[in-house]
Design a protein around this ligand. Structure first.
Ligand code: NAD
Ligand code: MN
Length: 358
């Protein structure tokens, strides 16, 4: 029996609701399966904590998290706290300090999901978003405030090493999974310093992978191709901002933000990786009990896969698919009338049935 220590940060808005369901599923699974156990430790960090203590997490927060095998993260974002504080004092420090430079976001249409596209071909590709540098930097500043010439400068940081490691990760993934092609998102026609370094470096890495084609598209055209022919993508590699936008778009093609998971991965395993739905705290539906927990439950499945249990991960995804296919217990974002916890309960029920029949 392997025993895992998982840090849970439920966070704000719908974060706690969907995280509760993910834990429900993991607990049900560990009761059925004797090969692993999980010890959860909860950290009540987030906007409430900020309003009380003037900071988003404890001073030694990163030190505390470091000891865990992985982190399950809800979401942050609260109208009473500026977004730059909630994002830059909680998620960003974790992603950056723990060198979670890979943000893996599967864009996969599960059976039972209706795509908004007329062309209903299968969609199944992986987006690797650079997660540690790029456009999401706090370097820059504001000048001449409240004067007519007021201006802001926001610097993008692209390092050769940073691009190399994400590109390699994408190509290695392609190789391991018998993919034939990696698509790179760029904009080197207009963003001529950082994106040119991106292109050159991705090209160099591609040279080491015979048999895997590299295609490169400008981000604007690529966004259009996502909609026009999503079935043609296998592996996509993108900078922090481009990957962020592309994956919300990708999510929309496969059922929306309510079903799309992600993992913030530290490939060297020097630090814990962090798993979270790609959506935010969804203030418009917070407190109503109707958030779709599937994205977070699927993120928990990615966590199990990362910990070395692809079979258990697949069992969770298969239970999600059964619930989607039956189409009876769904939250409003998928056209249903059920609550967050009803969806969680039904996924647990399917997991139990499938586990017994296995
Ligand atoms: P959002 O993802 O929270 O919501 C966008 C839309 O998707 C909303 O209409 C919401 O109701 C819907 N939605 C999202 N998740 C859903 C779910 N599980 N089930 C059903 N519907 C769902 O994005 P936003 O509105 O742009 O941002 C809200 C807050 O979240 C902001 O404060 C933002 O900074 C923060 N945010 C945090 C993260 C994170 O924690 N990693 C990511 C994105 C946004
Ligand atoms: Mn996002």
């Amino acid at each position: 029996m392997v025993a895992y220590k998982i840090a849970v940060i439920p966070g704000d808005g719908i974060g706690p609701d969907v995280t509760k369901e993910a834990i429900k599923v993991l607990e049900a699974l560990q009761k059925m399966d004797e090969t692993f156990s999980i010890d959860f430790k909860f950290f009540e960090w987030g906007s409430e904590y900020y309003l009380e203590h003037g900071k988003m997490m404890a001073d030694d927060g990163l030190e505390q998290l470091r000891k865990f095998d992985a982190i399950l993260f809800g979401a942050v974002g609260d109208a009473r706290v500026p977004d730059e504080i909630s994002i830059w004092q909680l998620i960003m420090p974790i992603r950056k300090q723990f060198q979670q430079y890979i943000n893996m976001r599967p864009i996969k249409k599960l059976t039972g999901i209706d795509s908004p596209l007329k062309n209903d071909s299968p969609i199944d590709f992986m987006v690797f978003r650079e997660n540690a540098e790029g456009e999401y930097s706090n370097i820059g500043g504001r000048l001449y405030q409240e004067q007519p010439q007021e201006m802001a400068i926001q610097n993008t940081v692209i390092t050769k090493q940073g691009v190399e490691r994400i590109a390699k990760y994408a190509f290695e993934y392609a190789k391991k999974n018998n993919k034939t092609k990696v698509t790179s998102a760029t904009k080197s026609n207009a963003i001529i310093h950082s994106m040119k370094l991106w292109d050159e470096t991705v090209n160099e890495v591609a040279g080491d992978y015979e048999g895997i084609e590299l295609e490169s598209y400008f981000i604007d055209a690529l966004a259009a191709y996502f909609v026009m022919r999503p079935e043609s993508f296998e592996v996509v590699v993108a900078s922090n901002l481009f990957g962020d936008i592309l994956t919300d778009l990708g999510a929309a093609l496969v059922g929306g933000l309510g079903v799309s998971p992600s993992g913030n991965i530290n490939p060297e395993r020097n630090f814990p990786s962090m798993f979270e739905a790609i959506h935010g705290s969804a203030p418009d539906i917070a407190g109503k009990g109707i958030a779709n927990p599937i994205a977070q439950i699927w993120s928990a499945a990615l966590m199990l896969e990362h910990l070395g249990h692809p079979d258990l991960s697949a069992a969770i995804v298969s239970s999600i698919e059964t619930v989607l296919q039956e189409g009876e217990i769904l939250t409003p974002d998928l056209g249903g009338k059920s609550t967050t916890s009803q969806v969680g309960d039904t996924i647990v029920e399917k997991l139990k049935q499938q586990y017994i029949t296995k």
